[in-house]
Design a protein around this ligand. Structure first.
Ligand SMILES: Cc1cc2nc3c(=O)[nH]c(=O)nc-3n(C[C@H](O)[C@H](O)[C@H](O)COP(=O)(O)OP(=O)(O)OC[C@H]3O[C@@H](n4cnc5c(N)ncnc54)[C@H](O)[C@@H]3O)c2cc1C
Length: 561
């Protein structure tokens, strides 16, 4: 056993961990160590860096933690597969690269919880702007940033099928919007993405690699944090295992910052004695702090694909053919261009599916090809096709992430309780109804060869719900398992990211959200990490920016209009 000492030990070199590694090591006086369980994101690794290769790391033990849920009671006892990035950059090195901030009203909802006042949209906006360089936005756009490490390119979303999609949404009664991350989220538009000059721009590439040579920053890969070490109620270090080596090492820390993500951070807290006391004692774990909220409040997005055959040869299908792949790969390797240089998720939108919701509760992604995320083709598919991914965005279903053993190698039990609430089921029925109204609009008539999935035989509400239960996948947004707040079941202090009831320990990742946001959650994780860095360092936070944003039913003018 060896023991070194650092001011900050960051457990998890993923999305949030990369931001913190950068910001906490800006001051040369702070010695920062990152422990990352996964492998390095080698520069030659095409599966990570080529945007179109995004399906390859999923299910591979070289990149993926390969979780699955417990049997889901409302999905016929099905286990739902959950990929999580296990590599430098974490899930940002394997994700779909779609960049969505969520609706401004998501943060107003966060801020309505006691003690969460400084997490409203006005306080979060400057951190969203700090982290990004949005190439598509005007330089005076009050919502968008231009100097941050995350360069955002907007999907070109060109071609006959994208054209039909944008026409069809309007025929179905839904508006276009200029920028779903700007003044108005509601509507349909081309999406921003974490692709720059034809390569994935992961959090590691944007934040970590540019500062890797700092003498006060050390990054250890293949280093799996197995316990937080405490003296009394103070965290003083981390025990970790190195892949391929026997035994464990320890490192002493002034502060331990958990950035392992919404599954691993609550797991490590529980393994280390921070969680529901009775549950920990039952597993033979000494209790450091009785925090019943650890591993509770698990939230996620579920999604399905509605797929159509296409009667014209205008989809991306030919590029997916095995025989075309070497050419696509070669073009990307030589020029970082061509079909290998896109993440395919170039456009989509946000819809309110009923008049009860104040802001959009459904998200759509449109793809000019019919293929599942893992590369599976629909029955009768393989030819030209197109699809939307669709799902409710703020389901009221709540789940848990609980350890089942004191062995850090045993995966925690994940129970999402998808489809368990009336609201959830109602929104699913509405989601499919809205989707069909778009895909069956006149603009698609020249292209549609009929619905491949779920198919016309899935018609009634019961049939829709039955199909969703059989077919839906996670949209890969587990979150909220160590939520910020000040009530008894909260875990993290929103003012400084400290774990309640102990000292020297913080959590900064998707776990700390109180509620999942309306959209893909990478951007909110990165915003949270940028804001947390200031809170941890004791910097004066960026000044709030109270801008007007679109609210349905109110006629506020856009900023600058
Ligand atoms: C396949 C996939 C596709 C997705 N697509 C999108 C998308 O297109 N757009 C979007 O916005 N969001 C997407 N998401 C979600 C988004 O990427 C994640 O929610 C977000 O990146 C999570 O950030 P994080 O910092 O919480 O965790 P992560 O980025 O997952 O980082 C956690 C890191 O900690 C490491 N780690 C965990 N435990 C330990 C330990 N004990 N010791 C050491 N290291 C540890 C992990 O290996 C990992 O590197 C996707 C996610 C996946 C998995």
């Amino acid at each position: 056993m060896t023991a070194s000492h650092h001011d900050f030990v960051i457990v998890g070199g993923g999305s949030a961990g990369s931001v913190l590694a950068n910001r906490l090591s800006e001051d040369p006086a702070n010695r920062v160590l990152v422990l990352e369980a996964g492998r390095p994101d080698y520069a030659f690794d095409v599966f990570i860096h080529m945007p179109a290769a995004l399906a390859f790391p999923i299910g591979s033990r070289f990149y993926d933690w390969k979780y699955e849920s417990e049997p889901e009671p409302h999905m016929g006892g099905r286990r739902v597969y959950h990929a999580r990035g296990k590599v430098l950059g974490g899930s940002s090195s394997v994700n779909g690269m779609i960049f969505q901030r969520g609706n401004p009203l998501d943060y107003e909802r966060w801020a309505a919880d006691p003690g969460m006042e400084t997490w409203d949209h006005a306080h979060c906006l400057p951190y969203f702007k700090k982290m990004e360089n949005c190439l598509a936005a005007a330089s005076d756009d009050a919502f968008r940033g231009h100097d941050g490490p995350l360069v955002l390119e907007r999907g070109p979303a060109r071609g006959p099928l994208f054209g039909a999609f944008f026409a069809a949404v309007q025929e179905a009664g839904y508006p276009l919007t200029d920028d779903v991350n700007g003044y108005r989220q509601e509507g349909f538009a081309a999406f921003d993405r974490n692709v720059h000059e034809g390569r994935r721009l992961s959090a590691a590439r944007a934040y970590l690699h540019p500062v890797m040579s700092r003498p006060n920053l050390e990054v250890k890969t293949f280093a799996y944090g197995t316990r937080i070490l405490f003296e009394g109620d103070r965290a003083v270090g981390v025990r970790y295992a190195r892949s391929g080596r026997r035994g464990t090492d320890t490192v002493r820390a002034g502060e331990v910052v958990l950035c392992g993500g919404a599954i691993n951070s609550p797991q490590l807290l529980q393994l280390s004695g921070v969680g529901a006391a009775a549950e920990l004692r039952a597993l033979g774990i000494d209790v450091i702090a009785d925090l019943p909220g650890v591993g509770e409040n698990l939230q996620d997005h579920l999604e399905v694909y509605v797929q159509h055959a296409c009667t014209q040869p205008v989809s991306m299908a030919p590029y997916f053919a095995m025989r075309k792949r070497p050419k696509v790969g070669l073009e990307w390797l030589l020029r970082k261009s061509g079909p290998g240089a896109t993440n395919h998720f170039e456009a989509g939108g946000f819809v309110r599916s009923n008049e009860d919701v104040a802001y959009p509760n459904l998200m759509f992604h449109f793809l000019p090809i019919a293929v599942r995320y893992d590369g599976t083709l629909p029955p009768g598919g393989g030819g030209h096709g197109y699809q939307v991914h669709i799902g409710p965005m703020y389901s009221d279903a709540r789940g848990t992430c609980k350890i089942v053993s004191d062995d850090p190698r045993k995966k925690p039990a994940l129970r999402f309780n998808y489809l368990s609430t009336d609201q959830d089921r109602r929104e699913w029925v509405e989601a499919i109804r809205v989707t069909r109204s778009i895909l069956e609009a006149p603009a698609f008539e020249p292209f549609s060869g009929g619905e491949l999935s779920p198919g016309k035989e899935v018609a009634t509400d019961e049939q829709v719900l039955d199909w969703v239960a059989r077919d839906a996948e996670t949209a890969l947004h587990p979150s909220c398992t160590a939520r910020m707040g000040t009530d008894q079941r909260s875990v993290i202090d929103p003012l400084d990211m400290r774990v309640r009831g102990v000292q020297g320990l913080r959590v900064v990742d998707a776990s700390v959200f109180p509620y999942v946001t309306n959209g893909n959650i990478y951007a909110p994780v990165m915003m949270t990490a940028e804001k947390a860095a200031d809170l941890i360092l004791g910097n004066t936070p960026l000044a709030a920016e109270p801008v007007e944003f679109y609210r349905h039913g109110e006629s506020a003018a856009p900023v600058g209009a």
